[in-house]
Design a protein around this ligand. Sequence first.
Ligand code: PLP
Length: 416
Amino acid sequence: TAWWRHVEAAPKDPILGVTEAFLADPTPHKVNVGVGAYRDDNGKPVVLECVREAERRVAGNLNMEYLPMGGSVHMVEETLKLAYGVNSDLIKDKRIAAVQALSGTGACRLFADFQKRFSPDSQIYIPVPTWSNHHNIWRDAHVPQKTFHYYHPESRGLDFASMMDDIKNAPSGSFFLLHACAHNPTGVDPTEEQWREISHQFKVKGHYALFDMAYQGFASGDPEKDAKSIRIFLEDGHLIGCAQSYAKNMGLYGQRVGCLSRVTSSRVVLDQLLNVLSMVCEDEKQAVIVKSQLQQLARPMYSNPPVHGALIVSTILGDPDLKNLWLKEVKGMADRIIGMRTALRENLEKLGSPLPWEHITKQIGMFCYSGMTPEQVDRLTKEYHIYMTRNGRISMAGVTTGNVGYLAKAIHEVTK
Ligand code: PLP
């Protein structure tokens, strides 16, 4: 009985702890703008129609056999097309090593473990701020972390000059974690021109870019547009890594479908990837090698990834009609969020708030980095039963026609 007495309770996760507190609050008019999961205009979770249809098609036809260690080959193939482009030469030349991963988190973790194993003295540069789990992932993979400037609190936009300085000042050949689009938590992305400059500077310094792409389609409503940052890096010949997730853009949160891919200087075998982690390699031979090592990392961790979500994804993306339906539905989600940004800003302005709120509509993706202080957030929760992380991040997906007026009024009151 004394075995685990020395173990102390872990600190609450800053994001998941918000949901716990929300659920425990009996107030009927409570609002949850904490967690980054899409909700419809009634505040209800959404299962996309394309997903329902894919489920109908696969129902009864699925056996329960193991997937290969690298996951579903078909799913991975389709996933790479989304990130790298349907006509990507890298895909044709089999220069991408990719495996299905346990959603975006699993893809990042696989990358971090790969980095530690094969570049044991390296560090990872992480933007300030970032999704809080990034810190946990690289910490548990024992990769030292450095930070680079990203957000500019005064302008509530990008601190591009400081970011470029940090990129220039990092030792040549450093690893950087970049959010491909819809940066979490700030909703601030570089412009296309800025991405070109970043890519150029990465080239000059010989840095490595791992793109975490958890929101492809959520920023603009178009997955092709949202992949622009990656495509710019590919045009410049970078051997990038990419972590993809279907949690948000297909609403497959609990299915844990993702992919890690990595461009090699040669070809990588494409079989077996879901929630794909991919890495671009120098040639096909290197891609095969890298993939074998990714599988080697997966084997003792979870052996092979789950099959159901992978089959849903490959059924949708492999069928032109279902894929079109998905594209329509992603756009629908993105448009609802964009609409709520406008509504929140207009409500605040109508209330006569003297503070600047343009950033609500300028920022993009699921989150609005409001600029509220932890104390103001505490008041929102205590006095108004509005739940969000203390960094002032509002999940726009939790804002609805029904609660936007109440939310604006409460924000106005606590920021007076
Ligand atoms: N990366 C970022 C930036 C995220 O915001 C998230 C989810 O919130 C993820 C990765 C991973 O999500 P999942 O593991 O559910 O795919």
